[in-house]
Design a protein around this ligand. Structure first.
Ligand code: HEM
Length: 129
């Protein structure tokens, strides 16, 4: 059975999907190299973690605390999709604290601003893997 028989239509073409996923990955890699060049002590720590594992084993790499800490912090400080990803409120509308958002309103949450708020991350603008 194919997607036509299931009456499902993909929201993106294959080419669009490759562009979307490679663009976020590209941006993440560029930011990671930037932070490793700026803070070589983190590159040194990652290098010493890599000495003890098979670097072709993705499951093993996923367990390395400093490598994953640097990637997570990079994604927090420089999220490739800084904003966007909007959603439409339901017909019943929505209260966010004391702000009323009517039904059918497109809302979005700017990841770049939110992830640097000290309320959510005590390190704010600093890379803290
Ligand atoms: C660092 C790399 C990536 C980042 C930061 C990232 C980020 C995101 C974000 C924020 C969304 C939610 C968009 C939204 O619904 O508003 C999303 C959706 C998605 N991502 Fe990624 N992505 C990355 C890599 C990838 C890769 C490599 C793949 C596939 C190989 C992938 C596949 C998808 C899919 C299938 C969705 C759902 C799309 C949809 O619901 O229409 N992503 N991604």
């Amino acid at each position: 059975m194919n997607l036509t028989q299931l009456n499902l239509t993909p929201s993106y073409s294959g080419a669009e999907s490759i562009l979307q996923t490679s663009d976020t990955t590209r941006a993440t890699l560029i930011s990671t190299w930037y932070f490793l060049a700026k803070y070589p002590e983190h590159a040194e720590k990652i290098l010493s973690e890599l000495r003890n594992v098979d670097e072709t084993d993705a499951n093993g790499l996923a367990l390395l605390p400093h490598l994953n800490g640097v990637i997570s912090e990079t994604l927090r400080l420089v999220p490739p999709q800084m904003t966007g990803g909007g959603r439409i409120t339901g017909p019943e509308g929505l209260w966010v604290d004391d702000i009323w958002i009517p039904g059918g309103t497109k809302v979005t949450a700017p990841k770049y601003v939110i992830s640097r708020r000290k309320l959510l991350s005590s390190s704010g603008d600093l890379l803290s893997p």
